[in-house]
Ligand binder design. Structure first.
Ligand SMILES: [Zn+2]
Length: 123
């Protein structure tokens, strides 16, 4: 279950960010998980429940945003989210495409007590 290792890394990032942000208690961790990152979101949530106590994120909430797969054609530069597994450009038909989204696994932002007491801005 590599979600445990991922969550350990993620919490380390959160801990550092919380410390840099003045040491407030983390209430919300917003993570972006690529559809193709090979991460099981439910397993990730479970890992958060298990691992967050004892970190700056204890008592906080994990929010996962699933990022759909996005590809860009090397031929014409068109970007698309292929609905099926035909990885070819919808505009020119080229199969020379790069995956440009859908494999990420990152902390988008966190919300601490200090910021949450403000105007509710999320970034
Ligand atoms: Zn194309």
């Amino acid at each position: 279950m590599h979600e445990t290792a991922l969550m350990t890394n993620l919490l380390a990032i959160v801990e550092r960010a919380a410390r840099d942000g003045g040491g407030g208690r983390v209430r919300l961790v917003h993570a972006r998980i690529g559809e193709f990152a090979g991460v099981n979101v439910e397993a990730l949530r479970f890992a958060f429940e298990v691992l967050s106590p004892g970190t700056a994120a204890r008592g906080g909430r994990l929010e996962c945003e699933v990022v759909p797969l996005r590809v860009r054609c090397r031929g014409c530069g068109a970007e698309a989210s292929p609905g099926d597994f035909v990885l070819a450009c919808g505009r020119c038909g080229s199969t020379e495409i790069d995956i440009v989204g859908g494999r990420e696994m990152e902390v988008d932002y966190i919300l601490t007590d200090d910021e949450a007491a403000g105007d509710g801005a999320e970034r």
